[in-house]
Design a binder for this molecule. Structure first.
Ligand SMILES: Cc1cc2nc3c(=O)[nH]c(=O)nc-3n(C[C@H](O)[C@H](O)[C@H](O)COP(=O)(O)O)c2cc1C
Length: 378
């Protein structure tokens, strides 16, 4: 166990101060934090695969801004409130979670692990948290749901196919398989221009897209993947349509403006997800943490707000929650964990965030997630 012990003799008694991983323990040689994990994965993956995941659009200003926004925030810890017992659990749209950290939809896990999302969801299941699964998953949504049973905590990120029959077929399948919400990604009408991928001459991913192994009755052609991973024609009317088409909660992801957040709820959204796609779409888009407070204020508690982009530490989770997020999501970190050690790696990422959050809550004077409020922000 990578604990550091300082043993000293004081008046005949031996004091042992145990620092850092006293809550979970981290086997020797495992990365202590997510940045260290990313560096280790960098050494392991092919450069262009690493770049595809780590990179963003254009000059990557927004990628950097997401992290920088956390670096600018400081905490005002509350002291002497008794934090021996801490409860990190919460719930999101009726799904109980061990902590307010979920997995953001990221496509093509087969790129870094042969069993792809089946491994990822096993890691998430051990951590008792939720995985929002990309519609562009390597494994089919049914295979992923089976791996998550008996208690799947799954949301399906729905691609709107130009052929409505295909979209309806995906909705039906997600409902049947036990997914408990549908996520509409609003910030990808076209794909961002990703300079690293262009520089690396990254060819279109030759990967299985498990959800299209078969086709719905009466549909003989699905088109190439570019025709359904983006949909430049998507509008609020489609969100309203989806709301009327399913009984599942609808989550709109990729919101940065307060007026759009209100519009999403008016169109029937049950949660709003503040995201700039990890800086992979519009370079120069505002950092999500900077966009969060105005969205939270405009929604005034009508629906929960999720934030993603640059969350790498438990203290980041604490800050986002203090600014009004109900939960945060991590994108790249799950892929670093998956690339490093499959389900165990994903679990390691989630446990690291959990340990860090638990300690941060204790040190900031929070016994439960309910105690995390704006007064903690300096
Ligand atoms: C490799 C990769 C693939 C992604 N694929 C999707 C996707 O299919 N749908 C989607 O809505 N967002 C996608 N995202 C964006 C994530 O859901 C999330 O918004 C972002 O990664 C959060 O930022 P972070 O990586 O700094 O945590 C992807 C991100 C990455 C890194």
């Amino acid at each position: 166990v990578r604990d550091y012990y300082w043993a000293g003799v004081d008046a005949g008694r031996v004091w042992q101060l145990v620092t850092s991983h006293h809550e979970g323990g981290s086997p020797v040689g495992q990365p202590v934090d997510i940045e260290e994990l990313e560096a280790a994965v960098h050494d392991k993956l092919e450069q262009r695969t690493f770049d595809y995941i780590a990179g963003g659009a254009g000059a990557e200003r927004t990628v950097r801004a997401n992290r920088a926004a956390f670096a600018r925030r400081f905490l005002l810890p509350r002291v002497l409130v008794g934090v021996a017992e801490r409860d990190l659990s919460t719930a999101l749209l009726g799904t109980p979670l061990s902590m307010p950290v979920i997995l953001a939809p990221t496509g093509a896990h087969g790129l870094v692990h042969p069993d792809g999302e089946v491994e990822t969801v096993r890691g998430a299941a051990v951590a008792s948290t939720l995985m929002a699964v990309s519609g562009g998953s390597t494994m089919s949504l049914e295979e992923i749901a089976r791996a998550a049973s008996p208690r799947p905590r799954l949301w399906h990120h729905l691609y709107f196919h130009p052929n409505r029959a295909v979209t309806e077929w995906l909705i039906e399948r997600a409902q049947q398989a036990g997914y408990s919400a549908l996520v509409v990604t609003a910030d990808a009408p076209v794909l961002g221009r990703r300079d690293r991928d262009l520089r690396n001459n990254l060819a279109p991913l030759q990967l299985r897209i498990g959800n299209y192994d078969s086709l719905p009755p009466g549909v003989s052609e699905i088109g190439d993947s570019t025709s359904f991973v983006t949909n430049p024609g998507l509008t609020w009317t489609d969100v309203t349509w989806l709301r009327s088409r399913t009984t599942l909660p609808v989550v709109v992801k990729g919101i940065l403006r307060p007026d759009d957040a209100v519009r999403a709820v008016d169109a029937g959204a049950d949660a709003v997800w503040v995201s700039n796609h990890g800086g992979r779409q519009l370079d120069g888009a505002v950092a999500t943490l900077d966009a969060l407070p105005a969205v939270v204020a405009a929604l005034d508690g009508r629906v929960p707000v999720i934030q993603d982009g640059g969350v790498r530490r438990g203290t980041d989770v604490l800050v986002a929650l203090a600014l009004g997020a109900a939960a945060v999501a991590v994108g790249r970190p799950q892929l670093w964990g998956l690339a490093m050690a499959g389900a165990d790696g994903v679990q390691h990422v989630l446990r690291t965030l959990r340990d860090e959050l638990s300690i941060a809550m204790a040190l900031a004077g929070c016994r439960s997630i309910r105690d995390v409020d704006t007064s903690l922000i300096a």
